[in-house]
Design a protein around this ligand. Structure first.
Ligand code: DX5
Ligand code: ZN
Length: 217
């Protein structure tokens, strides 16, 4: 299972050192949460910060757009250096066109679903996506508690994807910590996002090493 620190919980006053720290600890990519204050009740950063962060590392940039009208911005985030762009099912009425557009930009397409969104709504879009992002918190903030029903949702998503022979990675985003990461891994997760679960611990590098060992079991 891949581990991606979410920069939402990083110290941006020391962001170069924070990225170097997690990169040295062997993470598989960086999760970059973009929030517009409309789709979610919080605001983070946009294309310019993403482009500047791109200069600091070669790690995979997994950009999570928690914004309204994502159609307007995917090209700019691709140009800013995103390797993955995940958009919310709940933020567009044209998911097929949007996902196709992201892939035409040469970027892997993720589709994120909120805790209250059922997998059954995705029947027609699944064949078009590269990554299914199962939100295990209500989006907008780091450090929130894991929504317990997410584990069963991941298990069901794994069975659905494998049953249809689709090549989709499952990403779990929100509330993942050392306390639940083994369950998250066992449920069939391919990518675990960890924000506070890494950056709010006394020794983030040791936390990453520990998280790896908990998933290996
Ligand atoms: C929440 C974001 C998540 C969040 C994860 O809206 O999409 O990526 O930053 O952070 P933790 O692991 O602290 O919940
Ligand atoms: Zn996220």
């Amino acid at each position: 299972m891949k581990i991606e620190p979410s920069l939402l919980s990083a110290d941006f006053a020391d962001i170069r050192a924070q990225i170097e720290l997690v990169e040295r600890a062997g993470v598989d990519g960086l999760h970059i949460d973009v929030m517009d204050g409309h789709f979610v009740p919080n605001i983070t950063w946009g294309q310019k910060v993403t482009k500047d962060l791109r200069k600091l590392t070669k790690l995979t940039f997994d950009v999570h757009l928690m914004i309204e009208e994502p159609e307007r911005y995917v090209a700019e985030f691709a140009q800013a250096g995103a390797d993955i762009i995940s958009v919310h099912w709940e933020a567009t009425v044209h998911a097929n066109r949007l996902v196709t557009n992201i892939k035409e930009l040469g970027v892997r397409a993720g589709l994120a679903i909120n805790p209250a969104t059922s997998l059954s709504e995705l029947d027609q879009i699944l064949p078009y996506i590269d990554i299914l992002v199962v939100m295990s918190v209500n989006p907008g903030f780091g450090g929130q508690p894991y929504v317990p029903t997410s584990t069963e949702k991941v298990r069901a998503a794994r069975a659905l994807i494998d049953g249809r022979g689709l090549d989709i990675e499952i990403e779990v985003d929100g509330g993942v910590t050392l306390d639940n990461i083994a369950d998250v891994a066992r449920a069939g997760t391919d990518i675990a996002v960890m924000g506070a679960g890494i950056f709010a611990t006394p020794d983030p590098a040791a936390t990453i090493v520990r998280a790896r060992s908990l998933c290996a079991g």
